[in-house]
Design a protein around this ligand. Structure first.
Ligand SMILES: Cc1cc2nc3c(=O)[nH]c(=O)nc-3n(C[C@H](O)[C@H](O)[C@H](O)COP(=O)(O)OP(=O)(O)OC[C@H]3O[C@@H](n4cnc5c(N)ncnc54)[C@H](O)[C@@H]3O)c2cc1C
Length: 439
């Protein structure tokens, strides 16, 4: 039952803080196993405070929510994914389209958080979890060095459970207070802004060559973030387009620019503008994405406590994967909570199985470890998203222009230009360091 008023029992088996995908996944799995589970959500209802691009991946989501695609409020099944490199006035486009993405178990769907979070919360409630909205958890209570409950702003104040699962998202106030992680540095988070642009269903399907339930995604690099470390995205919904930009906070601060300014410019880009033409501006949202990855993982567990989803920095920014790791980490924390209840042992000795599960039963840790040098690489090679896109665009434009020059002369001119600018040593270093950092 979801409620914001009325007395709450003082004791539960599990307390979950935050009703995003991570918290609700944890609550659903715990409640299904018969554990008395309560979720506190500070928003008016799940999803209203949350932001995502957003592409939801089917298989990890189905591990908790079964065949959700049969009745969940999804936007479109993604059958086409694109990566565009933008310069000021052009785009180099790479894409992959296949109906395979929609067959059997579809690969992913575009979603709007306000609708999908509510659906997930309903599944948790159907399993028996109690979701209390409009209630911020102010503190994780500790007894004898272990988490024992939470203090909220509600009249009852304190609620107790031998296990607290923290799914508070990127702000991580509670984990900081527990000394499980330090302050987020500017290098560890991307500042993002997203706009929903309303367009008729037929217009979307016509512009993107889509069938009625089919969707497309476009990730944009280069001029979309003015060469800063980050990406822009455009995702098709049923009757709207989600358009957004995210850049590393450190870069945005250094350049005195905001993702909002970049979004404004992106909407005027000659390649993007026709896709959103005639659209009606809907909501604007902004949010941080944790980008610290493997190097900045907090303590994932302690005595009586586990940390899941964005609160645990479990985001693979390079592949825009966050919701999948949030759901899987919520599930694995819940499975560990169930085991702890069976053993009657809530100490870190039992809860460390949560981290083991993340290592062995999900791609999460392996993927984060693989990209642990990616941000450092981009910091060492800041020209990657400005110099190369322009060089590639100029070269392609030259090769495709039919004029009196032969193709061989054109190729040679490009090489001479690169040599004249002294870029060869830089390119060699980029390739070697890129190979070491990204492969
Ligand atoms: C612009 C943008 C685009 C993205 N695109 C994608 C994408 O396309 N695909 C993808 O997989 N991921 C994407 N992500 C990442 C994804 O949204 C997150 O990884 C995912 O939502 C994390 O889920 P979570 O449950 O850990 O945190 P959240 O979704 O942030 O949920 C945390 C919840 O906790 C609540 N809360 C916080 N503190 C308290 C408190 N003290 N007491 C009570 N409640 C509290 C919040 O209100 C919120 O409901 C994107 C993120 C952004 C910002």
């Amino acid at each position: 039952m979801s409620e914001s008023e009325g007395a709450i029992a003082p004791k539960f088996d599990v307390i979950v803080v935050g009703a995003g995908p991570a918290g609700v996944a944890a609550a659903t799995v715990c409640a299904r196993a018969g554990l008395e589970t309560i979720v506190f959500e500070r928003g008016r209802k799940p999803g209203v405070k949350n932001v995502m691009g957003g592409v939801l991946y089917t298989r990890p989501t189905a591990e908790v929510f079964g065949e959700f695609w049969k009745d969940a409020p999804l936007e479109r099944c993604v059958i086409e994914q694109n990566a565009w490199i933008l310069t000021e006035d052009s785009a180099i486009k790479l894409g992959y389209r296949s109906r395979q993405f929609a067959e059997d178990i579809p690969n992913s769907f575009t979603v709007l958080r306000v609708r999908i979070d509510e659906y997930f919360a309903q599944q948790a409630e159907a399993a028996g979890a109690l979701i209390i909205n409009e209630t911020k958890v102010d503190e994780v209570l500790q007894e004898d060095g272990r988490a024992a409950g939470v203090r909220t702003g509600r009249p009852e104040g304190e609620v107790y459970a031998p296990i607290v699962i923290i799914a508070e998202g990127v702000n991580c106030e509670l984990t900081k207070a527990l000394d499980m992680q330090s302050d987020l540095r500017l290098e560890d988070a991307a500042s993002t802004v997203k706009e929903i642009i309303r367009l008729d269903r037929e217009v979307i399907e016509d512009r993107f060559s889509l069938g009625p339930e089919e969707g497309a995604t476009i990730e944009m690099y280069g001029a979309s973030t003015q060469g800063m470390l980050g990406t822009a995205f455009l995702y098709t919904n049923q009757e709207s387009i989600s358009l957004g930009v995210g850049v590393l906070l450190a870069d945005a601060v250094k350049d005195h620019t905001t993702p909002f300014d970049m979004l404004k410019q992106l909407k005027q880009h000659p390649v993007v503008a026709p896709l959103i033409a005639g659209g009606e501006s809907g909501e604007y949202m902004s949010h941080l994405i944790p980008e610290g990855g493997y190097n900045r993982l907090p303590a994932l567990f302690g005595h009586g406590v586990m940390v899941v989803g964005d609160a645990a920095q479990l985001v693979n920014g390079l592949h825009r994967e966050g919701s999948n790791h949030a759901i899987l980490s919520g599930k694995m924390a819940a499975e560990t909570a169930i085991e702890a209840h069976e053993k009657g042992d809530f100490s870190a000795k039992t809860l460390h199985k949560y981290r083991q599960r993340l290592e062995k039963e999900a791609p999460t840790m392996n993927d984060l470890r693989k990209y642990r040098r990616a941000t450092g690489f981009m910091e060492r090679h800041p020209w990657m998203l400005s110099l190369y896109p322009q060089l590639a665009a100029d070269s392609i434009a030259d090769m495709m222009t039919v004029d009196p020059e032969t193709k061989r002369t054109k190729q040679w001119n490009i090489v001479k230009d690169v040599i004249r600018r002294g870029w060869i040593p830089r390119m060699v270093w980029d390739a070697i360091d890129g190979g070491r950092s990204l492969i």
